[in-house]
Each structure stands twice: as structure tokens, then as C-alpha cells.
Design a protein. Structure first.
Length: 101
């Protein structure tokens, strides 16, 4: 059975813009591996002169066996961030549009 999901992610506590861009590059690889790179926008954003990474789905994604996919995806995202920015803070929030109606 498939579930429609959305997600947003934020990566903060980065050293500088260069590290933020490395996080985006690393997360892009995860999205490509999951074949959702065309449905997720990632980029560097700024808050009071401090760079952070922001990402979100463009529209709901239909994921089969979500209960198995979610923990694996979360671990891949965490690993991708920690690989290039060990001290960074990752926030990953899930949305369930079918339940929000």
C-alpha cells in the first residue's frame, strides 16, 4: 500500500556557506539515490547572515511500504549531513496530506 507524504528539512549550526553548499551536494546524492531528486528542492538559505540548508517536497510523494522506507531514508539523510558537517543540526518533518483533509 502507498502513502502520500511530504517532508521539509532544515540543517542548521553550519560553519559557513561553503559547508552549507557541501550539505546540499551530499543531500542531492541521497535524493538521486532515492529517485526523488526532481520532486525535492534543496538550497542554501540565510537567517540574519547565517547560512543554513532548507529543503522540501514540491508536492506529495507516493511511497510504497512507507513504514520500511522512512527509517532508512532518515538514516541516509542523517549520514549525508554528518559526513560533511558533523556538528550540524538536522530537522526533518513529515506531512501526511491525506490525513490533513
Amino acid at each position: 500500500m502507498s502513502v502520500n507524504i511530504t517532508f521539509t528539512l532544515t540543517v542548521t549550526a553550519l560553519k559557513d556557506e561553503a559547508q552549507a553548499r557541501e550539505v546540499v551536494r551530499s543531500l542531492d546524492e541521497v535524493m538521486e539515490d532515492e529517485r526523488i531528486q526532481d520532486q525535492v528542492n534543496l538550497g542554501v538559505a540565510w537567517d540574519e547572515g547565517t547560512a543554513f540548508v532548507s529543503g522540501e517536497t514540491d508536492f506529495p510523494l507516493s511511497i510504497t511500504r512507507f513504514h520500511l522506507w522512512q527509517p532508512e531514508f532518515e538514516s541516509y539523510v542523517k549520514y549525508a549531513v554528518n559526513e560533511v558537517a558533523p556538528g550540524a543540526k538536522l530537522t526533518l518533518d513529515w506531512g501526511y496530506p491525506d490525513l490533513e483533509r
